[in-house]
Write a protein that binds this ligand. Structure first.
Ligand SMILES: Cc1ncc(C[n+]2csc(CCOP(=O)(O)OP(=O)(O)O)c2C)c(N)n1
Length: 640
């Protein structure tokens, strides 16, 4: 109440109503060590309804995490450790960034998957923890939550417990305005074990439910916890007024009087600290016991390395040399993935029902299922659930998750990709069928604006390789990246082998490089990515034949190129050469950054059509002749 009041913004009612369950969970059930918030064998807790962040900050503070009361007093202020919504990596004890409703449920599913994989690999003496998610009505209205919950039920993730704060209030009013299904029955139909706690203030009932959830084998558990938002605020409880605004000084005073609590702001009863104090000792004991088991285990070094994401020294040497192969980049990607799967510890993933198309149908290991913990996943047609789950796997650590679908359906993954960027998670996306090259399936399946969308996400690296060799190098970059997600943008259609060098990794890792240099000093530059690079090469050949020496720059990744030192950028795109044409089968949006004021961008600023891909490339101007004309027009304009 006080923190929200002081910040003059935030969400008081839900933290108030959920304080009892948070207490029971943090004090009696969560396996955690406040002094060692990164301890690998801790239980994971996800506050999916991130707007209730004060609940988490309060629980962390009282449990003895390094989150002093001063930080709680600075709730939502510049530079504080208590931002409006919980941010992973910013505040100790925050396992995942939440706020966009529904995501946390997918994250929890991913964490439970990662735990199960590692437990199977390293044994319960080293890996033996649970995942607890607290969510709200809004979380369970979101489609992503349904996708993830359906998957979790199918996989029988019995170490996952979701506690649903059934307070029947959202921002617009009571949930019966728009939400009337029997959620418990829905989860039961997903294969979940469902429990009910009729009074969110009943500590014993909560305790019993959490115990039963932990004891239940073969299914994840949903606890339907009936609470009264804002309880016991006298006039605002059980109303949306308690949801997202300060209660007001009067209401706070009256609430404290009801609780027999001092009016002084930010008062914490010494008994509260005393009650939570044993967690410190218990946490130390837990970690010490685990360290003892680690010391005795021959698997400990490998486990630590895998948790740290350490790559084997020679991993890149396993990548295939595809420099002579004229194949679709999705096929090249499949070969790279097949080579990496046995080599990269914890590499795990699959496709959203497009494994054959996406090139993720590799044979290494088993399929992850209710009875197997293999590294190959069938996410089902649940792209959003897949992407949210990948985030949870990456948050957990010890796995390198990847997921695949058509590029056009990256839209369905977008909210989770954005969070992967925000959290700096090393998730890999394999997005195939990357342009009108898809052909006959038509405009519903032809991505246009998707590259621009992905390039707009901070900390996401997109890589659209031009041929098989660049694709292998793109995988090398993706695996080597530990500070954020990477999207591989791949073709359906076959691509000629352009770059006849076995090791393209350095060039590709720079994001943009000189693929072709004319015999004499270039007067024009064609920039391109992916399947259009071979159009650029043909155009450059024509231009040179008519006396216009032209450089071709392959630019698989804008983000990586933008991060290069000025000397590299100047070498690839010298300021003096202003006759620049870009060609890419997607929005021209953003290309002016690279072609400059005098350049031209050839792209697609409208939807595609249903026809064979080659015909579409012709119809929409992705031809050498069109590129040649564009270069000529710039050069003519500059001399006239
Ligand atoms: C994807 C998404 N849509 C909308 C919002 C804005 N928003 C924040 S809380 C909320 C709903 C609040 O209702 P509920 O989930 O029941 O939370 P409670 O009132 O119990 O705190 C909404 C719509 C959001 N955070 N995420």
């Amino acid at each position: 109440m006080d923190a929200v009041q002081q910040a003059n913004s935030g969400h008081p009612g839900t933290p108030m109503a959920l304080a009892p369950v948070a207490y029971v969970l943090y004090r009696r059930h969560l396996k955690h060590a406040p002094h060692a918030p990164e301890w690998a064998d801790r239980d994971r807790f996800v506050l999916s309804c991130g707007h209730a962040s004060m609940l988490l900050y309060g629980a962390l503070h009282l449990s003895g995490y390094d989150l002093p009361l001063e930080e709680i007093k600075r709730f939502r202020q510049w530079g504080s450790k208590t931002p409006g919504h919980p941010e992973r990596g910013h505040t100790v004890g925050v396992e995942t960034t939440t706020g966009p409703l529904g995501q946390g449920i997918g994250n929890g599913v991913g964490m439970a998957i990662a735990e199960r994989m590692l437990r199977e690999q390293y044994g319960a003496e080293l890996c033996d923890h649970r995942t607890w998610v607290l969510c709200s009505d809004g979380d369970l209205m979101e489609g992503v939550a349904s996708e993830a919950a359906s998957l979790a039920g199918h996989l029988k993730l019995d170490r996952l417990t979701v506690i649903w704060d059934d307070n029947k209030i959202t921002i617009d009013g009571r949930t019966d305005l728009c939400f009337s299904e029997d959620v418990g029955a829905r989860f039961a139909a997903y294969g979940w074990h469902v429990l009910h706690v009729r009074d969110g203030n009943d500590l014993d009932d909560i305790d019993t439910a959490l115990t039963q959830a932990a004891a239940h084998a073969d299914a994840p558990t949903l606890i339907v916890l009936r609470t009264i938002i804002g309880d016991p605020a006298p006039t605002k409880r059980d109303s949306s007024k308690a949801h997202g605004e300060p209660l007001g000084a009067d209401e706070i005073t009256r609430t404290k009087a009801l609780l027999d609590w001092p009016t002084e702001p930010f008062h914490v009863a010494p008994e509260a600290y005393a009650e939570m104090a044993p967690l410190a000792e218990r946490g130390r004991e837990l970690v010490q016991a685990w360290e003892g088991r680690m010391a005795a285990s021959p698997k400990a070094a490998a486990y630590r390395a895998q948790l740290a994401g350490t790559l084997p020294d020679d991993w890149a040497s396993h990548l295939p040399d595809l420099s002579d192969e004229s194949v679709a980049s999705r096929q090249a990607s499949q070969k790279a993935l097949a080579a990496l799967a046995p080599v990269i510890p914890g590499l795990a993933g699959g496709s959203a029902d497009l494994g054959g198309s996406n090139g993720t149908n590799i044979t290494f290991g088993d399929v992850f299922s209710a009875t197997s913990t293999g590294p190959r996943f069938h996410w089902g047609i649940r792209e959003h659930g897949m992407a949210a789950t990948l985030n949870g796997m990456a948050c957990h650590g010890g796995v390198r998750p990847y997921g695949a679908t058509f590029l056009v359906f990256a839209d369905y993954c977008k909210p989770s990709i954005r969070l992967a960027g925000l959290m700096g998670l090393p998730v890999i996306y394999i997005f195939t069928h990357d342009s009108i090259g898809v052909g006959e399936d038509g405009p519903t399946h032809q991505p246009i604006e998707h590259l621009a969308m992905l390039r707009g996400i901070p900390n996401l690296v997109t890589l659209r390789p031009a041929d098989a060799a660049e694709t292998v190098a793109a995988w090398r970059t993706a695996i080597g990246r530990s500070t954020g997600p990477t999207a591989l943008i791949l073709t359906r259609q076959k691509l000629p082998a352009l770059v006849r060098r076995a090791d393209m990794s350095a060039d590709t890792a720079r994001g943009g490089y000189i693929l072709h240099e004319p015999a004499t000093a270039p007067v024009a530059i064609i920039l391109s990515t992916g399947s259009e690079v071979n159009v650029a090469m043909a155009a450059a050949a024509t231009l040179e034949a008519e006396g216009t020496p032209t450089r071709v720059v392959s630019m698989p990744s804008w983000e990586l190129f933008a991060a290069q030192d000025p000397a590299w950028k100047e070498r690839v795109l010298p300021r003096a050469i202003t006759a620049r044409v870009s060609i890419e089968a997607g929005l021209t949006f953003g290309w002016s950054r690279w072609v400059g004021d005098r350049g031209r961008s050839l792209g697609l600023d409208h939807f595609g059509a249903s026809a064979p891909g080659e015909r579409l490339f012709q119809e929409f101007g992705f031809t050498p002749a069109h590129v040649v004309a564009a270069v000529r027009s710039i050069l003519t304009a500059s001399t006239s």
